[in-house]
Write a protein that binds this ligand. Structure first.
Ligand code: GUN
Ligand code: FE
Length: 427
């Protein structure tokens, strides 16, 4: 019986979009990495198992960040009065070029991972830089910390500054050698194919990456239809292409393997159809979309059309690693979208936004982001007792108050795949 772990507390998660499952003083039974079940009463057979009682605290699934750039962490909060393309030139590319230096990379990446842990993010899809060794280091550090991550070496072989560009051949070689070394090395940390975006990748490179994705069955992440300036550059580069998404699709980088595309603010009807057909995930990153003047992604419409949408912090286009802040902004922009789109796209509700930050993003990692039987036990224990409360609140209200007014200080314990994760080292 000692193989089971039982955690007790006020359990809240979402099984279906927009519907909380709530167990006041309930029990989650965990065996190894996985949830066995959630119960109102504890069955006899678990009575002698190791039980941790979290009292009146809330127990919720860990947060999933579907889109973030680790090497941009030093730039967090900088340059956000610029639009995407000038911001990349002035801030992002110079900072990313520093990651040829593995010592600098270790310093930044260890702090980045520490801060993800602090904010209660348990799974991430993360961009590194073009540099092979520091991207390998990023994977090693995630594994040491115990967080779950898809980690991508970024590919860039055109329209990039001399100090941050690779040849097509080297880009493909380095990507393949990281895949070979890492695809089976760690349980929770895996490589992901990561062309930066169409402007910085030749068709030859994209085709090579598509072949690698298919050969090794590796997932794919990139950016799609983020910003007007970017899209007009893609049109200039590929005047005969049907649309932006089609360029990824033609090169086997659009859903032949699991794929997540950041932003999708300005996707057209044909692209939406293709995303649905190829089951491409969207990483909605509202903080970044506001900061870089990209716009408001049509999230309600995408979800209604059957597209999987998770949330991304997109640091440092986004200014915070906190998925709480991303959730709040997701809510706010969905309210504004409703007002400014002839009140067609209904605003999201709090349980809907919570679902996006947990189960919807978690699907990219398998059975992650919920407490249903068979899911990996990724969880946060939330002590909200010091948030201002002057009346009795329901558990839904307590969660809502935590999302809007809480922060990392309320997160007391973090679990990933059944294991409690202690504070990672900063190098
Ligand atoms: N498009 C291409 N590169 C980037 C990046 O680093 N951040 C964002 N937000 N968009 C991009
Ligand atoms: Fe991004």
């Amino acid at each position: 019986m000692k193989d089971f772990l039982v955690v007790k507390g006020n359990i809240i998660y979402t099984k279906d979009f927009g519907c909380y499952e709530i167990y006041k003083s309930g029990y989650i039974v965990v065996e190894g990495k996985k949830v066995i079940g959630v119960y109102k009463e504890l069955d006899e057979k678990y009575q002698n198992c190791h039980l941790i009682d979290y009292g009146d605290n809330l127990i919720i699934p860990g947060f999933v960040d579907l889109h973030v750039h680790a090497p941009q962490y030093p730039n967090i909060g900088l340059g956000l009065d610029k639009e995407l393309m000038p911001w990349l030139e002035a801030y992002t590319f110079p900072e990313e070029s520093k990651f040829h230096d593995i010592d600098y990379a270790s310093k930044v990446y260890s702090r980045f991972i520490h801060d993800l842990w602090l904010q209660g993010t348990t799974r991430v899809c993360v961009f590194g830089t073009i540099h092979k060794n520091s991207t390998a280091k990023l994977m090693d550090l995630f594994n040491e910390a115990g967080l779950g991550a898809y980690v991508g070496k970024v590919n860039m072989d055109r329209n990039s500054p001399d100090y941050l560009i690779e040849t097509t051949e080297k880009s493909l070689q380095d990507t393949e050698s990281l895949i070979v070394e890492y695809h089976d090395k760690y349980d929770l940390v895996k490589p992901i194919i990561t062309p930066r975006f169409i402007p910085s990748c030749t068709i030859e490179l994209l085709k090579g990456l598509g072949s690698l994705a298919d050969k090794y069955r590796i997932p794919i992440q990139s950016h799609l239809c983020e910003n007007f300036g970017e899209i007009s550059f893609v049109k200039e580069l590929h005047p005969h292409a049907n649309n932006y998404a089609g360029l990824y699709n033609e090169t086997s980088l659009f859903g032949n393997q699991p794929t997540v595309m950041a932003h999708c603010v300005l996707v057209d009807e044909e692209e939406i159809e293709l995303m649905k057909e190829k089951q491409v995930f969207v990483a909605h990153s509202p903080n970044s979309n506001c900061n870089l003047s990209s716009g408001i992604a049509p999230i309600r419409r995408l979800i209604t059309r059957g597209i999987q949408v998770g949330l991304g912090s997109d640091v440092s286009g986004g200014h915070s690693l906190s998925m709480l802040k991303v959730m709040i902004n997701c809510h706010q922009v969905s309210n504004l979208k409703w007002v400014y789109s002839d009140r067609i796209d209904k605003p999201l509700t709090t349980p809907e936004v919570f679902y996006l930050a947990t189960k919807a993003g978690g699907k990219f990692f398998g059975e992650v982001g919920s407490f249903e039987a068979g899911y990996d036990f990724d969880a946060l224990v939330i002590d909200d007792s010091l948030l201002p409360q002057f009346k009795v609140l329901s558990l839904e209200e307590r969660l809502q108050k935590f999302i809007y007014t809480g922060d990392d200080r309320n997160i007391k314990v973090r679990y990933v795949a059944g294991k409690e994760i202690k504070e990672p080292k900063i190098l």
